[in-house]
Design a protein around this ligand. Structure first.
Ligand code: NAD
Length: 515
């Protein structure tokens, strides 16, 4: 199991900074990987890559035009139809994914540093969590490539013509996939798109977030080195409204695998509808952390902090609404606020850093505005509630109390290190409070009472409910959301349905053939 979190007090004390003197970070060039070769962008439009810890420009990357998107999609389509790809043994597709996993392990230090530079998240997180999750996911899907199975069915015809009717199904790859990813786990998200797509026989065009594209571009080098057929994986960078939209609308793209905001997800769903494209959407959340009166208080406080603050709150399942039994409300709020005040913010390569910056000035404005709206509507800040007075997009871990479910900060996804605490007076109200949101991605329940835990878990409308933990992800467990948190599931056996379609063959056997 991989925990995305690393702010338990004991974990803070014991962590070491691996390979501080490791290889220098070499930002990749801003080319596009199309048909097995890196191509210079056609347009002079360059996207600045900003280090969120310093606000300084690192490099620029390209903005792919509709023409370049067309080239990438056609390359993916040609490979999808090629004998080299179609006839490749499933085990050999798995071996290619394993080879890529080995190359990522070889270059893990460098990739982690690049991710830290581009996204600001601490190096000990990128190296020990993001990279490990990435490699695990590749191995998990590599194993799946040889285990895709159909069914053999005995039919019950409503007539008797002397025949015996049977059917079999096979799972066929959907075709060319557009993988569109956000910036909060850039490399991990890229792998979450390419690994199942390739394992199940699709080909793919990746479009990473314009806010954090560098590790996806570097991944392109490793994909070439691993020896995938040219065009199996193509990578273009660019803005969502142009490059992303061109991909979504391209007629040869048969499936869109999207992770990002709910607003963009709705737009993509609408754009995909006229061509009936397959769409899977991993979207935003407003996940509740629920602490009952009988919970182990120390663990629940550390858990509530762990649910919201890692990655500076930029986690889709972040526990941004904290519901606490009235009898322990003050203690829990105090405890979480203490953790918040003691967390050390800083650049990702600074040794003491526990939390990095937000990704961008736009995100800083969003977080600041939502906190201000909460305070204006009556919430009381107990910790944080302002940005750090230094260069970089650093926002202090923030605890607001006196929250109400009708506040804007209780309803909108903040995607920052901000938790709104609300007391619960009656356990029978919890389900209704927790579900009073357009989202339904994750939730955690903290209690020592096994009956309450499971009965409450049944009430919660969310893709994942955690009990006495939060944000534990494993590639084997289906992941995704209900309501406005998404459509479909990634991970686990559910991914098979997402990247393949059943193809049924029905036959009549002559009942007298054997006499
Ligand atoms: P975003 O929606 O702004 O962008 C995501 C991606 O979509 C980017 O690559 C962007 O360029 C692209 N895009 C934007 N407009 C597009 C369009 N019209 N057509 C095609 N592509 C377009 O999201 P973000 O700000 O990068 O990421 C944060 C959001 O992602 C949060 O809401 C978070 O909850 C969500 N998220 C969800 C999950 C999950 O698994 N459910 C995981 C991580 C992040």
């Amino acid at each position: 199991m991989v925990s995305l979190v690393a702010v338990q007090p004991e974990a803070r004390m014991s962590r070491t900074f691996e390979r501080r003197g490791g290889p220098p970070v070499r930002p990749p060039g801003g080319k596009f990987l199309i048909g097995g070769a890196w191509r210079e962008p056609m347009s002079n439009d360059r996207i600045p890559v900003i280090d969120p810890s310093t606000e300084e420009q690192i490099v620029t990357i390209g903005a792919a035009t509709a023409e370049e998107v067309d080239l990438a999609v056609n390359a993916a389509r040609i490979t999808f139809e090629s004998a080299a790809w179609r006839k490749m043994r499933p085990l050999d597709r798995g071996r290619l994914l394993e080879k890529l996993a080995l190359l990522i392990e070889r270059d893990a230090d460098e990739l982690a540093r690049l991710e830290t530079l581009d996204s600001g998240k601490p190096y000990y997180v990128t190296r020990n969590i993001d990279l490990k999750f990435t490699v695990d996911a590749l191995r998990y899907y590599g194993g799946w490539s040889s285990k895709i199975a159909g069914e053999y069915l005995t039919l019950s015809p409503f007539f008797d013509d002397g025949g015996i009717y049977r059917a079999y199904t096979e799972r066929r790859p959907v075709g060319v996939v557009a993988g569109i990813t956000p910036w909060n786990f850039p490399l991990g998200q890229a792998i979450q798109k390419i690994a199942p797509a390739l394992a199940f026989g699709c080909t793919i065009i990746l479009k990473p977030s314009e806010e954090a594209s560098l590790t996806t571009l570097r991944l392109g080098d490793l994909i070439l080195e691993a020896g995938f057929p040219d065009g199996a994986v193509n990578i273009v960078t660019g803005y969502g409204a142009t490059t992303g939209q061109a991909l979504v609308e391209h007629p040869l793209v048969r499936k869109i695998a999207f992770t990002g905001s709910t607003a963009t997800g709705k737009r993509i769903l609408a754009s995909a509808a006229p061509q009936m494209k397959r769409v899977s959407l991993e979207l935003g959340g407003k996940s509740p952390t629920i602490i009952l009166a009988d919970a182990d208080l120390d663990k629940a406080i550390a858990g509530a902090a762990n649910a919201i603050f890692p990655n500076s709150g930029q986690i889709c399942t972040a526990g941004s609404r904290l519901f606490v039994d009235d009898s322990i409300f003050a203690d829990v709020v105090q405890g979480v606020a203490d953790v918040a005040r003691n967390l050390r913010l800083g650049g990702g390569f600074e040794e003491q850093t526990q939390l990095g910056p937000l990704i961008s000035s736009r995100q800083m404005e969003r977080v600041s505005a939502l906190v201000a709206s909460g305070i204006a509507e009556g919430a009381e800040p107990v910790a944080g509630a302002s940005r750090l007075d230094r260069a970089g997009f650093f926002y202090q871990p923030t605890v607001l109390k006196n929250g109400r479910p009708d506040m804007r900060v209780a309803r909108e996804e903040v995607f920052g290190p901000v938790v709104l605490a609300m007391p619960i007076k009656d356990i029978r109200e919890i389900g209704a409070f927790a579900n009073d949101t357009e989202y339904g991605l994750g939730a955690s329940i903290w209690t020592r009472d096994i009956d309450k835990a499971h009965l409450l878990a049944e009430q919660i409308e969310a893709g994942t409910v955690w009990i006495n933990t939060h944000n534990v992800l494993d590639t084997a467990v289906p992941f995704g959301g209900v309501k406005s948190s998404g459509l479909g599931r990634e991970f686990g056996s559910e991914a098979v349905n997402s990247y393949t379609e059943p193809h049924a063959v029905c036959m009549r056997l002559d009942g007298q053939a054997l006499g």
